[in-house]
Design a protein around this ligand. Structure first.
Ligand code: PLP
Ligand code: ZN
Length: 397
């Protein structure tokens, strides 16, 4: 395996692999539950080594992995398809519109990527119990991967999470604690739980390997596009870990000399939950008090990875767009009816964003919409806006 060190994204202190587990201990002293995490760590690899070892004839992406392959659970995460769609090209006036459909992961969302790597790490560390707070998808992903690996998952979710996600968690056999509060309350509770009772905490961004797991989507895009990248990628953003992971994947490729420039990253948030987009626009951070959006997966008051997400957008020359719930539901319908892909509301936000700013997208030859989760995870939300037909008598025709 390649070697790496952890580097703090705030103070730039460096740590050896097993010297730290979660966030930078120095920056963590400033951290209180209820604010964006300070001191999120990233894995810095030996990029010279990757440069020497990586071959396009026989590409070995384990060079980019922070956990040895032998610890990976045997579970089919990733390798999701990229689909080129001409109807969306005409709609958006962009030559190539690509859709990467992450809803085809085993538990139905991109979160499986982060959970796979953290569970691999728990196998390396001989930790039997993995703990996580989630709006629903990270939890169902962790429960699924833990089931496949014979590990125990303990999960804190807000009581109003979509039912399909709760059903998944229960059937996968995880211990589920339904919190009478918000996602942010569940996040704080799960940290108290691991402090008191131990186990490995998988909270997004708090465990650095959540970012490393999510970055694999970018390595795949690079491979599937024949060692190329899109010009711009639209990403739905809640805590800001997916967009940071997407950034990290391309950063690793760039540092290894495998790509010449980074794709522009466009952060799409719901108007009612846009703490990161406001932070990027104004340079001033403030919580989203009482986040309100039908897109539960991107509904968050205090995004844990706000600082890194901001850098991901700024360092790629990217920008932000806020979309309304109405625009999200509309995009969900357009995506389903033009591509055959039924995405959950949060995962439909990238198309809503693309429609909203299509004038600014014309300059790109190829854009990619990151469709992060499966529509079957939440049918109640679209059901509010459509009417199912009444049955006809059986002699109707
Ligand atoms: C978690 C999630 C997001 C947002 O990811 P963050 O890392 O919280 O920004 C977007 N879409 C889906 C389907 C998700 O599950
Ligand atoms: Zn630090």
């Amino acid at each position: 395996m390649n070697t790496f060190i952890y580097k703090c994204t705030i103070c730039c202190r460096e740590y050896k692999r097993d010297e730290v587990r979660y966030i930078c201990p120095v920056c963590a002293m400033d951290y209180r539950p209820g604010m964006p995490l300070k001191g999120v760590l990233t894995a810095e690899f030996d990029y010279g080594y990757i440069k020497r070892k990586f071959s396009r004839k026989n590409p070995d992406f384990s060079l980019f992995s922070a956990v040895e392959k032998k610890f990976y659970p045997n579970f089919p995460v990733g390798n999701t398809p990229i689909i080129k769609n001409s109807a969306l090209s005409s709609l958006l006036h962009v030559e190539n519109v690509l859709v990467k459909y992450e809803g085809l992961n085993p538990s139905g969302s991109l979160k499986d990527r982060a959970s796979l790597l953290v569970v691999a790490e728990s196998i390396r560390l001989n930790e039997e119990r993995i703990v996580c707070a989630s709006t629903g998808n990270a939890a169902s992903a962790l429960a699924a991967v833990c089931a496949s690996a014979g590990k125990k998952a303990v999960i804190f979710v807000p009581k109003n999470a979509p039912r399909a996600k709760l059903v998944q968690i229960v059937l996968y056999g995880a211990k589920i604690i339904l919190v009478d509060g918000s996602y942010d309350d569940a996040f704080a509770m799960s940290l108290r739980f691991t402090e008191k009772k131990g186990g490995l905490n998988r909270n997004t961004a708090y465990h650095p390997l959540t970012i490393e797991g999510k970055k694999t989507v970018s390595l795949e895009i690079f491979y599937q596009m024949n060692f190329n990248t899109p010009d711009a990628i639209l990403v739905p953003v809640g805590d800001g870990v997916i967009i940071s992971g997407v950034y990290k994947g391309f950063y690793d490729l760039f540092m290894s000399g495998l790509i010449k420039r980074m794709p522009v990253l466009i952060s799409v948030q719901a108007e009612g939950s846009n703490a990161i987009n406001r932070f990027i626009k104004t340079n001033k951070y403030s919580d989203m008090e009482n986040p309100r959006t039908i897109a539960d997966s991107i509904s968050v008051s205090t995004p844990s990875n706000a600082y890194m997400a901001k850098k991901a957008v700024e360092n790629t020359g990217g920008f932000v767009v806020d979309v309304s719930d109405h625009e999200i539901l509309n995009a969900q319908r357009i995506l389903a009816s033009t591509t055959g892909i039924f995405a959950e509301p949060a995962a439909s936000a990238p198309l809503a964003g693309a429609i909203k700013i299509s004038k600014n997208l014309k300059k790109y030859k190829t854009i990619l919409l990151l469709i992060t989760g499966n529509g079957l995870k939440d049918i109640d939300t679209p059901l509010r806006t459509i009417r199912l037909p009444k049955p006809v008598p059986k002699d109707w025709i």
